[in-house]
Design a protein around this ligand. Sequence first.
Ligand SMILES: [Zn+2]
Length: 440
Amino acid sequence: MSARGIPYRDKAVETAPREVIEWMQLTALRKQVAAALKTPFYGPRLAERGISSGEDIKTLADIRKLPFTTKNDLREAYPFGLLAVPKEEVVRVHASSGTTGTPTVIYLTQHDLDMASDTMARSLQAAGGTKDDIIQNMMTYGLFTGGLGFHYGAEKMGAMVIPTSAGNTLRQLKFMKDFGTTMIHATPSYLLHLHAAIEEATDLKRSDLKLRKAITGAEPHSEELRQKIQDKLGIEVYNCYGMSELNGPGVAFECVFRTGLHIWEDRYIMEIINPDTLEPVAEGETGELVMTILCRDAMPLLRYRTRDLTRILLDPCPCGRTHRRIARFTGRTDDMLIINGVNVFPSQIEEVLLKAKGVGANYLIIVEKAGDLDRLTVQVEITPEMFADDARVINALRDTLKSEMTALITINPHIEIKQPGSLPVSEGKAKRVEDRRPKA
Ligand SMILES: [Zn+2]
């Protein structure tokens, strides 16, 4: 595909020269700093650093004079410590998906909500969505932005949106068939679940469905898993990155080339830092993604530490967009398991499982203490086709998985092969790791 025929929502902005993007960033950053100065949370923190007005930001490099913000800071500022406008101007509140403790909340004015929806619409159009699409949103509605945040963006694009929310798979399939759903939004584990349900259904065939694309997010997953879902469902699967703190889904999104996620740099400033030293990493190196939001009046958020690990892709994208791309996430700094002193990401284990023949995508990683050492166990289901009483086949599979994982993570795991369907399937966010070690 050439750059001609590429769907843009706002071509001038999406293909703007670097200097123009940076000029937009600097102008917006000054406004965000001015807004932050009005908040109880940032006011004193900025004053401490000698910043008393947006004009103290002379160049984009001055962003490094600003403090980082963490999830804990957001909890500390709960509920209104980051409010920069009169409360009457707020029209919406969202919160992160955590289920325990003080939530982290965001608030939006009508303008902010319009911007968030426009960002999401831009992302959907980049992925080839149009107003003719019929979009079924299978993410939970409520405080979590994956529901309403996505919904408003899809409506803004002009699509027909079916807000089925998560779960109730049989009804999902009925709606997909009866309304001719062309695009769905769901977690990767739910997409697999949906595929299994289509296979099992007696009154529905894949050819009854008009499905062509799925937008997936909320769970880190590997390229292998994406391929698997694409092959099984016969659709294109797009990665979508977002978090409620940054307005929800659509912060970074794959275009039709699906080679990394564009970050809309007129709306966010990204930095990649070393999470230990907090210094920027060398260009193209992996580190923690730090984001400053540029399009929110009600609640500024400066240098937010996302805990997500990624790197900036240096090659230009064939779509012609000048907004830089980041690579698929390696994991989260807080998902990282330290096992006998070695850093292990669940995504590395998944990578091995998905390349192996005869194992399903459902797995569970268990870490526990065995004497002074940590023990890593990976429970994995075999596929129904693999289902065999032949111990030699099962043993060979176990040995292969064990040696491939050991090669990748340098830790020797214990592999437990399970019968198909014996591990729990979640309809929401899959729980893949059980850390049973006593908390220090
Ligand atoms: Zn692109």
